[in-house]
Design a protein around this ligand. Structure first.
Ligand SMILES: Cc1ncc(COP(=O)(O)O)c(C=O)c1O
Length: 339
């Protein structure tokens, strides 16, 4: 069907049939509209173009063995988009309507949900932008919320294989009390130079340090960081990282597997004490880290010598995917079937 080679998909954009849109004008949200156009027509003075009034989300739908399509924790993405809107003064799109929009766009593009077992999934990208024209630095009075979808393969080429990351103190993705905790485009623009440099040196991502003191681990470009030390799942607490829904889910799974979860500042030197390290996020799922090269201090922290993921990362990865695809029961109420 579709002529798509599902198992060859990378994490990229592919045109699908429909997207859904909703406009905020005169102080209220309108009706959800369905569009088959990939283009949006906006004013040249729209605040999203000049002052970065833009927030987005990322979540996934999975096809199960039973042929049903399941979306993972969309309510959490809806809530996070509200927190992003509050952070950069945009109109808030209600969570129930966010869920309605996600259900609708997935249903309309059902033929693009990759088959069970292909290793691919349907990536869902909600977007909220300031549309109103402003020349002074002020919030817009008009907004567009939209959602499109695209089938994707793994974010990192390695898939569930350990990949190397690096530390570079010369770059921050967000300020200490800035926008790191919300999902706004500016954070990603700020990460492009470091990310590109890291990739040109053969690293999958940059592991950012806290922007204030450069003493503690923050997160990776597009994903949170966690480590396993004995029976402990350890992940950074910081005011400049995105609260990852995958990380939150893994903390729950880890607890229920009998691990102790520690969410606290993690000093860089502690890296040498960890048994396993990984990135986690919707796109990255769990991407184990093979080694972390501290390029400023000329130090290397090795987590996988044989190119294989650690046992605890693998157990968590399998458990998370089994819940997402419906292979295993979901006692948490995380997945919603799209009818
Ligand atoms: C900066 C950053 N951190 C972490 C994550 C992981 O968050 P989530 O698990 O909600 O996808 C993402 C991706 O959304 C991200 O962009």
């Amino acid at each position: 069907m579709n002529g798509i080679n599902w198992s060859e998909l990378t994490f990229g954009y592919m045109k699908t049939d429909y997207n859904v849109r909703c406009y905020y004008r005169d102080g209220k949200w309108g009706e959800l509209e369905v569009s088959s156009s990939e283009i949006i027509n906006i004013h040249m003075a729209a605040t999203c173009l000049h002052y970065g009034q833009e927030a987005f989300e990322g979540l996934k739908a999975f096809k199960g063995k039973d042929g049903k399509t399941r979306v993972f924790r969309m309510e959490e993405n809806g809530k996070r988009m509200i927190s992003s809107s509050q952070g950069i003064m945009m109109a808030e799109f209600p969570v129930e309507r966010f869920e309605e929009a996600v259900r609708k766009v997935v249903k309309l593009n059902e033929r693009f949900v990759p088959p069970y077992g292909s290793g691919a999934s349907l990536y869902i990208r909600p977007l909220l932008i300031g549309l109103g024209a402003q020349v002074g630095v002020k919030p817009a009075s008009e907004y567009l919320f939209m959602v499109f979808v695209t089938p994707v393969g793994p974010y990192f080429k390695s898939g569930f294989k350990p990949a190397p990351v690096c530390i570079m103190r010369g770059y921050d993705r967000a300020a200490p009390q800035g926008t790191g905790t919300i999902k706004v485009g500016g954070n990603y623009a700020a990460s492009l130079a470091a990310g590109t440099k890291a990739q040109s040196k053969g690293y999958a991502a940059v592991l950012y340090l806290d922007p204030k003191e450069k003493k503690y681990l923050d997160e990776c470009g597009p994903a949170n960081f966690f480590a396993i030390k004995g029976n402990n799942y350890i992940t950074p607490a910081s005011n400049s990282i995105l609260p990852s829904i995958t990380n939150k889910s893994l903390q729950q799974l880890a607890t229920d597997m009998g691990l102790t979860v520690e969410r606290r500042p993690i000093a860089v030197e502690e890296l040498s004490t960890f048994d396993e390290a990984a990135e986690c996020g919707t796109a990255a799922v769990i991407t184990p880290i093979s080694k972390i090269d501290d390029l400023d201090e000329n130090k290397s922290y090795i987590f996988s010598k044989d190119g294989e993921p650690g046992a605890t990362c693998e157990k968590l990865y399998k458990k998370l995917l089994a819940i997402q695809t419906g292979d295993e029961p979901d006692p948490y109420g995380w997945v919603k079937v799209i009818e």
